[in-house]
Design a protein around this ligand. Structure first.
Ligand SMILES: [Zn+2]
Length: 202
């Protein structure tokens, strides 16, 4: 028995965060309506191609875990970046937020989450050992902890600090100015830029 393609599209769209069944249905009908008329420039076909390309070509940078279409991401491959600085963030969106401030010229390390023992996220679920290996190699002099200013972000910063301290000269945390519970992704660029410049020893 084959699944009805419309129901299938609604079901797949409904898997996206923040998309309930009503919105999924509305989006599905929009895609179908704007795609039926023509083959060229059809939203359904363009979306399918974009999704296919992402599934096929986007992976994680072998060094920093940023999203990348190459073995190493564009930041790791940029010879003008300061390789002695590593900014540790929870998510790729946070890396993008820090980049948008244009106040930072070092490298990154994306953990892909934060410690949340109650939700079953322990150190082994995050990319922490990769980071420890990176700093053990000896070329990193400062690790900047730029995890969110909430309970999970603070716990993660504390844990990561303990792990990397033996191998680096300096461990810093973003300065205050970030509202309590603040998620980096939603901060304005000026606030985040200042928090980065005024980072303090941790
Ligand atoms: Zn990278």
């Amino acid at each position: 028995m084959t699944i009805d393609p419309i129901e299938r599209l609604v079901a797949e769209l409904g898997r996206l965060p923040g998309i309930g069944e009503r919105t999924a249905t509305r989006l599905a009908f929009h895609i179908i309506r704007t795609s039926r008329a023509r083959r060229e420039g059809s939203l359904a076909r363009d979306l399918a191609a974009a999704l296919e390309a992402v599934a096929e070509h986007v992976g994680l940078c072998e060094r920093c875990n940023n999203l990348s279409t190459d073995v190493r991401c564009r930041i790791c491959n940029d010879s003008r970046r300061d390789t002695g600085l590593v900014c540790v963030v929870e998510a790729v969106q946070d890396l993008r937020a820090v980049e948008a401030t244009e106040s930072y010229k070092g490298l990154y390390h994306v953990l892909h989450g934060a410690l949340a023992p109650l939700d079953g996220v322990g150190p082994d679920e995050l990319r922490i050992e990769d980071l420890v290996r990176r700093v053990q190699e000896g070329s990193v002099r400062e690790v900047i902890l730029a995890t969110n200013a909430d309970v999970e972000g603070d716990a993660t910063a504390l844990y990561v600090a303990e792990r990397v301290k033996p191998f680096v000269v300096k461990v810093t945390r973003l300065a205050s100015g970030i509202p309590l519970g603040g998620e980096l992704e939603y901060l304005d660029q000026a606030t985040l830029g200042r928090a980065l410049v005024e980072r303090r020893a941790y």
